[in-house]
Design a binder for this molecule. Structure first.
Ligand SMILES: C[S@@+](CC[C@H](N)C(=O)[O-])C[C@H]1O[C@@H](n2cnc3c(N)ncnc32)[C@H](O)[C@@H]1O
Length: 301
């Protein structure tokens, strides 16, 4: 079984991000998923004459990693707090005009998994899972306690492809009649009792349900859809958009969007074949094993 230890977030596909973003002298680049700032730092280092605007929804990420990086690269890094689905409004408010490139590295950071409330199946924390509690009302616990049987089934099946969805949902409905869900361990232990043990399986039996709840709480797929459209309006001609997905549902959205825009003559696809991590990178950083990178060039139409 995988257990999370407190390790710093390791950025994935760094060389590939730089290759496709191609930071230029005088260029302005937007990193919409700042996290621990790993990609932002690489972009700033790749060209000493470019600037980066970095955005994240998670205030803690920005506070812990944003300020030190601004001090390291004086005058070259602007940090913004917000949801990338509101890109148009955020850029307008910050009076930012067209960009030379945008990077999105979707999903969660290692800090969120190892420190945030509700994200890990291994730590007993409140069943929250909100990436930005100031912007979001509904927690994972509320969904478990209040959603109907059909709604729960749809969430676990659609966002987690969980084979034991029916059994798990039946278990949750029975459990919540006795005691409302409050903590991660209540859910983890319940799933451990329901899902048969399989020694060959490397992930914990509750991983898929946690993932599904997280995607639902944070509206992760809806946010990507809004972001992709807004990104098209934010790029200069020849500007690049680079997206890294960790889940087939995210990657499918990105792929389809790029194909549609390419057919409409709006973008040129730079990655006809999806880019994945090398064996060496996977050996160094296991979280890179599911990363998929796609990139396009905006043709300015
Ligand atoms: C995989 S991490 C990014 C890691 C980063 N590229 C690095 O090198 O450190 C994903 C980040 O995206 C942020 N995020 C997720 N959804 C977001 C959204 N809708 N708007 C803004 N940030 C979001 C998360 O808070 C998290 O910090």
């Amino acid at each position: 079984m995988e257990h999370e230890t407190f390790v710093a977030h390791k950025s994935v596909l760094v060389n590939e991000v730089l290759e496709y973003l191609d930071p230029k002298k005088g260029g302005i680049y937007l990193d919409v998923t700042f996290g621990a700032g790993g990609h932002t730092r690489e972009i700033l280092q790749a060209n000493p004459d470019c600037k980066v605007i970095a955005l994240d929804w998670d205030k803690k990420s920005i506070e812990e990693h944003g300020v030190p990086l601004q001090e390291e690269f004086p005058g070259r890094l602007t940090i913004l707090w917000g949801n990338f689905s509101n890109l148009y409004r955020i850029l307008k408010k910050a009076k930012i005009k067209k960009l030379d490139g945008i990077l999105a590295d979707f999903g969660t950071s290692q800090m969120q998994i190892t420190e945030g409330p509700g994200f890990s199946v291994h730590r007993d924390t409140s069943l929250d899972m909100r990436m930005s509690p100031s912007h979001q009302k509904v927690t994972a616990a509320q969904i478990l306690n209040e959603a109907s049987r059909e709604e729960l089934r749809e969430i676990f099946w659609k966002y987690g492809q969980e084979k034991f969805t029916k059994q798990i949902v039946d278990g949750i409905i029975l459990e919540r009649k006795k005691k409302k869900f409050k903590t991660t361990m209540q859910l983890t232990r319940l799933i451990e009792r329901i899902v048969p043990r399989n020694k060959k399986q490397k992930i914990h039996p509750a991983t898929r349900v946690f993932q599904a709840l997280r995607i639902c709480v944070n509206k992760e797929l809806e946010n990507i859809v809004s972001f992709l459209s807004a990104a098209m309006n934010a790029l200069k001609k020849d500007g690049r958009l680079v997206c890294i997905s960790f889940h087939s549902l995210e990657d499918r959205l990105v792929k389809q969007f790029f194909v549609d825009k390419s057919l409409a003559g709006i973008v040129e696809i730079l990655t006809p074949k999806v880019i994945v991590a090398s064996k060496e990178e996977i050996d160094r950083n296991r979280s890179s094993r599911s990363a998929k990178l796609r990139a396009v060039k905006f043709l300015g139409k």
